[in-house]
Ligand binder design. Sequence first.
Ligand code: HEC
Length: 117
Amino acid sequence: MSVTNIFLISGCATQQVSYQNDVVPIFEYSCIECHTSPDGIGYKATGLEMDSYQSLMQGTVYGPVVVAGDSRRSILNMLVEGRAGKPQRMPHNEDEVLSSAQIETLRNWVNQGAYDN
Ligand code: HEC
């Protein structure tokens, strides 16, 4: 394990993430267009609506996509990080893959407890 990894894991460089200020803008820019009812194609396919904290935490018709405190097990993080493979990567439009800073923000938010803060 490299020194950088140790710092990231121990949280030295991690500041408190705000759902309203940090997470919502990412969703609004990259996700909502497809994950809103009644016409978003991601909503139609899975029932996942991302325009409120409550609906996000409800997840899809199959269950939650955010496991508070555990980004490794959260489907949402898996998909934006491309851990589930390229075809599943979110957002679906290839040219709009999230930046590593945005991916990090979502990871930290989940690991810090996925609060509505
Ligand atoms: C261009 C449309 C589109 C955009 C933009 C989009 N999605 Fe999706 N999303 C879909 C579709 C369609 C599905 C249904 C499953 C599939 O086709 O892979 C889906 C499914 C999902 C699922 C559920 C996967 C499962 O297996 O239960 C999650 C979580 C998800 N999207 C998260 C996101 C996040 C986070 C963003 C923004 C970073 C995003 N999506 C942006 C279209 C989109």
